[in-house]
Design a protein around this ligand. Structure first.
Ligand SMILES: CC(C)(COP(=O)(O)OP(=O)(O)OC[C@H]1O[C@@H](n2cnc3c(N)ncnc32)[C@H](O)[C@@H]1OP(=O)(O)O)[C@@H](O)C(=O)NCCC(=O)NCCS
Length: 327
């Protein structure tokens, strides 16, 4: 089977910044509480007229330049998101239109914060069997559009961003060494948006509380599952690749909470200098978190050719996944 590799990366974060001081004016919270409990100081928020697809287009332009690939070469677009511009058509279709990806098939993947790793696993499978040669995988979210800014337990966590990766067949020893995805739908109520689907449609006559169209989360319960499953998934891909945790050069975790990240690193016995962190500046950007962090880590020289890189994510569903790459 052909090994899939990341040929290029790009990312985008909106300009506007919401600081913890801003939240002190909006809800009953403090900079100290947010920093100690989450590690987040700032998050970026998209303009009202800036759609998820706009952020994706900006990220993709960087990825095209990085990979030396043209839009016409893309034969599949996979968009990992829970905040598409529309339910129909898919986010991937809108991106296709905005970037002129005339030769591509398109699909969205809904796996919350694990959306990018789920998308990457689909891309890897298509590359392995030879169906597609150049796949554009996004993790992108405009979480500000589904955040309840009156709920202090969730609003301080989330930010907006997009990340893009161009995936293709490896021509050297780089690429995906192992990838694993998993879900447990029995815990659907821990992190959800109650209204807006067929179960509780929003009809616009005021019959549904608008807050039900926003993210609801039982944070401390999600926390426990995240710590367990991120560690398990990470150990699994390392074992599947025939490696040991000490061989990992950089852990690039989903940036949900500094305490979850530290617990995951401790489980793998990885020192924190082998962990990439940008949570302080961007908060939890859900599916965008890992591709944004990967792109920044490469630009900062934290990932070099030949490095073993471990990505691991956890999100609503519940969903989780891990990927081990040789860069
Ligand atoms: C949300 C999260 C930061 C809350 O931290 P926590 O330590 O679990 O805190 P709890 O929810 O147990 O709440 C503890 C107290 O802090 C309060 N609190 C919650 N948010 C607060 C805020 N922004 N400022 C001040 N106090 C806050 C709670 O009301 C509670 O008060 P009480 O003890 O008087 O009832 C944490 O649970 C978390 O990060 N969970 C996982 C989130 C996540 O990763 N989600 C996405 C999956 S990728």
């Amino acid at each position: 089977m052909t090994r899939a590799t990341i040929l290029g990366l790009g990312s985008y974060v909106p300009e506007r910044v919401l600081t913890n001081a801003d939240f002190e004016r909006m809800v009953d919270t403090s900079h100290e509480w947010i920093m100690t409990r989450t590690g987040i100081a700032e998050r970026h928020i998209a303009r009202p007229d800036e759609d998820t697809s706009d952020m994706c287009a900006a990220a993709a332009r960087e990825a095209f330049a990085d990979a030396g690939v043209t839009p016409e070469e893309i034969d599949l677009v996979i968009a990992g998101t829970v905040t598409p511009d529309f339910l129909v058509p898919s986010l991937a279709c809108i991106i296709q239109k905005k970037l002129g990806l005339i030769n591509a098939a398109t699909m969205d993947v809904v796996a919350a914060c694990a959306g990018f790793i789920h998308g990457l696993s689909v891309a890897q499978a298509y590359i392995a069997c030879g169906t597609f040669k150049k796949i554009l995988v996004f993790g992108a979210e405009k979480l500000s559009s589904i955040t309840d800014y009156t709920d202090r337990g969730t609003c301080i966590l989330f930010g907006d961003a997009a990340g893009a990766a161009i995936v293709g067949p490896a021509t050297d020893d780089s690429g995906i060494l192992a990838i694993h995805i998993k879900s447990d739908g029995r815990h659907d109520e821990l992190l959800n948006i109650p209204a807006g689907g067929t179960h509780l449609p929003v009809v616009g006559n005021g019959s549904v509380d608008p807050r039900l169209s926003k993210l609801h989360m039982k944070g401390n319960e999600v926390f426990k599952f995240a710590v367990r499953h991120m560690g398990d998934a990470a150990l699994r891909v390392i074992a599947d690749a025939g490696l040991t945790p000490d061989q990992v050069d950089l852990l690039v975790p989903h940036q949900a909470n500094i305490r979850i990240i530290k617990a995951t690193a401790a489980r793998l016995r990885l020192p924190m200098d082998k962990v990439y962190l940008n949570i302080e500046k961007y908060g939890n950007t859900s599916a965008a978190s890992i591709p944004l962090a990967l792109d920044q880590a490469v630009h900062e020289g934290r990932i070099k050719k030949g490095d073993i890189v471990l990505g691991v994510a956890f999100g609503g569903g519940l969903t989780w996944g891990a990927v081990l790459l040789r860069w």
